[in-house]
Design a protein. Structure first.
Length: 245
């Protein structure tokens, strides 16, 4: 039985993007097939052709379609879809989303511990002050999961910036959205924001001492706890699209 369209309140082109992504990811529009022409989509969604073109650009950026002048817009094979796009992952269902988050966490345990160590040796007084201010702000978000998860992701990227390695920063940049989407789910688990914040402050204390080993230990412990939280998510999440869109 076919899935029902995703119903969300969103800007015009995003509404089109979400629905067409659903059709592609869930197989209603098969690889190699043509996406309906602009006039038809314009009429279906009740938007201008300019909005449809904007949506097509976004779908192309996600690797879902290929736009060829004079030949229309065709659906690409799944191998070309962005493996880090939260919308694509959410619409691939529970197993696909959970597997991607598990792989992301595995990758973070490889690089983020070392980034924490670099940050401890290189962080400037200004960056240390900025992280301290950020964490104090997060202290007031413990009971607000929606606010907390966004600031949680920002904390980790402030840490990357503090390591002063432009290559690492550029490599990690693409994971921001999928990282944030994972944090959004885990932040809803009882006790997770409070525990995560305590570990953030433990990481900060290592930074403050400029002690790379202490900072790395604190980050490793934080990621191990995140791994346990991910297992809990896997036990209760049924439809990531419903939770994230």
């Amino acid at each position: 039985m076919a899935s029902s369209p995703v119903k969300v309140s969103a800007p015009l082109h995003r509404r089109v993007v979400i629905e067409l992504t659903r059709r592609i990811v869930q197989g209603e529009l098969e690889p190699g097939s043509l996406v309906p022409a602009e006039p038809r989509l314009s009429e279906e969604f009740g938007v201008s052709r300019i909005v449809i073109r904007e949506a097509a650009k976004v779908l192309a950026e996600k690797g879902l379609v290929e736009v060829r002048r004079g030949r229309g817009t065709s659906v690409t094979p799944p191998q070309r879809w962005s493996p880090l796009d939260p919308l694509v992952l959410a619409l691939r269902g529970r197993d696909g989303f959970y597997a991607a988050q598990a792989e992301l966490l595995e990758a973070r345990k490889v690089f983020e511990v070392e980034i924490a160590g670099l940050a401890a040796t290189r962080i400037s007084p200004e960056a240390l002050g900025a992280i301290s201010t950020h964490l104090r702000g997060m202290d007031g978000m413990i009971n607000d999961p929606d606010a907390f998860h966004k600031s949680d992701a920002d904390f980790h990227f402030l840490l990357v910036q503090a390591a002063h390695n432009a290559v690492l920063a550029k490599l990690i940049e693409p994971i921001h959205d999928i990282l944030t989407s994972g944090f959004r789910l885990t932040a809803r688990l009882p006790g997770v924001p409070k525990n995560a914040q305590a570990m953030h402050w433990a990481i900060f204390r290592g930074l403050e001492k400029h002690d790379p080993q202490e900072t790395k230990r604190a980050m490793r412990a934080h990621l191990e706890q995140a791994e346990q939280d991910l297992v809990k998510i896997g036990a209760w999440i049924k439809d990531p699209a419903e939770d994230l869109l």
